[in-house]
Design a protein around this ligand. Structure first.
Ligand code: PLP
Length: 499
C-alpha cells in the first residue's frame, strides 16, 4: 500500500519555523497566557501552550476550507482516493453539520423526506429548519427487543408501500450502523428506491473505520449510498468534532453540497481539528498492520466472552442485521439480573473503566485501534469478575451486587400519531405541564431516552397514556430523559400552530 503523507499536518508542523508575528485571529496569538489562575498546573499550561502554538485558522498560504485550492484541496483529494468517492469533505462541526448539509442539499423547504425513525436528532433539526414533511420508516426490533434492527430485505414491502402512498418523496435518510453497531442492507435499500430517482443519505457516523478491514462491515460508500456522513472522532484516532462527508454518486450536485457545507460549518475552521481528522485518516490508511492487530484483539475478546455465565456480549442473529460491527462491545445485563447502569457504575467506580453508554438492560463499550491490549485485558478481567459476582448473587452469596429478574426489552415501538409538523409545534405557542397531565396533548419538545437519544416522541405528535406511563417507568429505572428532568413537559398551547 502506498504511504500517503498528510498535507495539512505537514504544513502546520512547519508554522513555528516561519516566525510569523500574528496580527490576526485567534486572540491568544499562539501563546498560552499564563498559569497564574492554576498554580501548580505548569505542565498543563505547557501542553496547552503547545496546542495554542498551532491553533490557526485560514491564514496566508494555509488554504480555505470553504473554497480549497491548496493543502486542504490536496488532502481532500486523497480522501477521495482512500474512500473511493466522487468528492469528500472534512467536517469540523461533527457529523451533525454533515447531516444538516446533506439534507439541505437534497431537499428544498417544504419537501417530503423518508426518514428511518431511529435517526439522530440532527436529522430532526433539519426537518424543523427546512419545514420538511417527514414520512417515517420504523425499523424492527431484535427478537428480545434489546436493540433496534438494521433495515433490509424484510422491510422491502413497507418501504415500497410508503413510497407509493406518499408521493413526491425527495430523499431518504437512514442511520447505519446504529449506535450499537447494527448495519443496514444499503445495497438493497438503494435498489428499492432507485426507480423513484431519490438519493439515499446514510448517517454512518459510527462507521468511519469500516473500509480499513474486511472483518468490518462494508461501508455505505461502497454499497451505493449517495451521501455518507462519518464521525471520524468516534472510531478513528481523531479529535472530537471531526467528521467526513462523502458524495458517492452524481445524483446530487457537488456544488450544492459545498454550498450547504458553507452554511453549516464555521467560517473560522480550526486547523488543529482539520489536521487531527487528516492525520487519523491517513494514519489508519497507512497502517493496515495496526488495524489488523486491533481486529485480532477484538475477535479474541469476543471469543473469551462466550465463557461469561450471566452477562452476555451481544451478537445479533443474521435476521437482526445485514452486518455487525465487532468493535461495539454491547454487554447485555438483563439475563444477569443487574441493570446496565449498575454495570456502568461498577466498571467506573471499582475499575476506573468508563463506557460509552448504559441503559436498563445493556452497557456499551466502544473500541478503536487506539485501545491498548492491556486496557482490553482490564475490561475483560472486570467483566468476568462482575459476572462471577452476579452469578453468586443469584445463589444469595454475594456481598456486593444484587441480582433480580429483569426484562431484556429496553426499546419500545410506539408509533405516535402526528397532529402537526415539528416546526409548527416547536415554533408556535407552548406551555409547560406536569408530565402526568400531558395525556391527549401535543408534544412541543422531544422525548428522547439517553442513551442513545433517539426520539420516542417528536414535537407535533400526540401524547398517549401509554407513553406517559412507559416514560415514568423508564425514569424510575434511572434513564435520562432531558425533556422531563423537572417533571414538566412542553406541549403546544390550545391553538399551538405557528402564525
Ligand atoms: C448515529 C449518530 N449520528 C450522528 C451523530 C452526530 O455526530 P457528531 O457528534 O459527530 O456531530 C451521532 C452522535 O452521537 C450519532 O450517534
Amino acid at each position: 500500500m502506498e504511504k500517503i503523507l498528510p498535507p495539512i499536518c505537514s504544513k502546520l508542523m512547519g508554522l513555528k519555523e516561519e516566525n510569523r508575528i500574528p496580527f490576526h485571529m485567534p486572540g491568544h496569538k499562539r501563546r498560552w497566557p499564563g498559569d497564574d489562575l492554576f498554580p501548580g498546573a505548569e505542565d498543563h499550561g505547557k501542553a496547552l501552550g503547545a496546542i495554542y502554538g498551532m491553533d490557526i485558522t485560514e491564514i496566508t498560504g494555509y488554504d480555505d476550507l470553504h473554497n480549497p485550492h491548496g493543502i486542504i484541496r490536496e488532502s481532500m483529494d486523497y480522501l477521495k482516493e482512500i474512500y473511493h468517492t466522487s468528492a469528500s469533505w472534512y467536517l469540523i462541526n461533527g457529523s451533525t453539520a454533515g447531516i444538516l448539509a446533506s439534507i439541505s442539499a437534497v431537499c428544498r423547504p417544504g419537501d417530503r423526506i423518508l426518514v428511518a425513525r431511529n435517526c439522530h436528532r440532527s436529522v430532526y433539526h433539519a426537518l424543523r429548519l427546512l419545514r420538511l414533511d417527514s414520512v417515517y420508516l420504523y425499523p424492527g426490533l431484535c427478537r428480545k427487543g434489546e436493540v433496534i434492527k438494521g433495515i433490509g430485505e424484510e422491510d422491502r414491502d413497507r418501504l415500497v408501500s410508503l413510497l407509493e402512498t406518499h408521493h413526491g418523496v425527495k430523499a431518504m435518510i437512514i442511520t447505519s450502523p446504529t449506535y450499537e453497531g447494527l448495519v443496514s442492507d444499503v445495497r438493497t435499500i438503494k435498489e428499492i428506491i432507485r426507480p423513484y430517482g431519490i438519493p439515499l443519505i446514510v448517517d454512518e457516523a459510527h462507521g468511519a473505520h469500516f473500509i480499513y478491514h474486511e472483518s468490518f462491515p462494508e461501508s455505505a460508500v461502497e454499497c451505493g449510498a449517495d451521501l455518507v456522513i462519518q464521525s471520524v472522532h468516534k472510531t478513528l484516532p481523531c479529535a472530537t468534532q471531526t467528521a467526513l462527508l462523502h458524495l458517492c454518486s452524481d445524483l446530487v450536485p457537488e456544488e450544492r453540497v459545498r454550498e450547504m457545507l458553507s452554511v453549516y460549518q464555521t467560517s473560522s475552521p480550526s486547523y488543529l481539528l482539520l489536521a487531527s481528522a487528516e492525520y487519523g485518516v491517513f494514519y489508519t490508511h497507512n497502517h493496515p498492520d495496526k488495524v489488523g492487530e486491533y481486529v485480532d484483539k477484538l475477535l479474541d475478546f469476543r471469543r473469551k466472552c462466550e465463557q461469561l455465565k450471566r452477562i452476555r456480549l451481544f451478537q445479533p442473529e443474521p435476521s437482526d442485521a445485514f452486518a455487525y460491527d465487532p468493535g461495539k462491545l454491547l454487554f447485555l445485563t438483563g439475563g444477569a439480573g443487574i441493570d446496565g447502569l449498575s454495570l456502568f457504575r461498577t466498571l467506573l467506580d471499582r475499575y476506573h473503566i468508563e463506557c460509552e453508554m448504559a441503559c436498563a438492560a445493556s452497557c456499551l463499550a466502544m473500541t478503536s485501534l487506539s485501545d491498548r491490549g492491556e486496557d482490553l485485558a482490564k475490561l475483560e478481567e472486570a467483566i468476568f469478575a462482575i459476572d462471577e459476582e452476579v452469578d453468586a448473587a443469584w445463589f444469595g452469596c454475594s456481598s456486593g451486587l444484587s441480582a433480580r429478574e429483569l426484562p431484556d426489552t429496553v426499546v419500545f415501538s410506539f408509533r405516535p400519531e402526528r397532529e402537526m409538523a415539528i416546526w409548527e409545534a416547536m415554533d408556535g405557542e407552548k406551555r409547560s405541564l406536569v408530565w402526568e397531565e400531558c395525556t391527549g396533548r401535543i408534544a412541543a419538545d422531544y422525548v428522547c431516552l439517553y442513551p442513545p437519544g433517539i426520539p420516542i416522541l417528536v414535537p407535533g405528535e400526540k401524547i398517549t397514556k401509554e407513553i406517559v406511563e412507559k416514560m415514568n417507568e423508564y425514569l424510575y429505572n434511572g434513564y435520562n430523559v432531558p425533556a422531563l428532568s423537572d417533571g414538566q413537559f412542553k406541549v403546544t398551547a390550545e391553538d399551538g400552530r405557528s402564525r
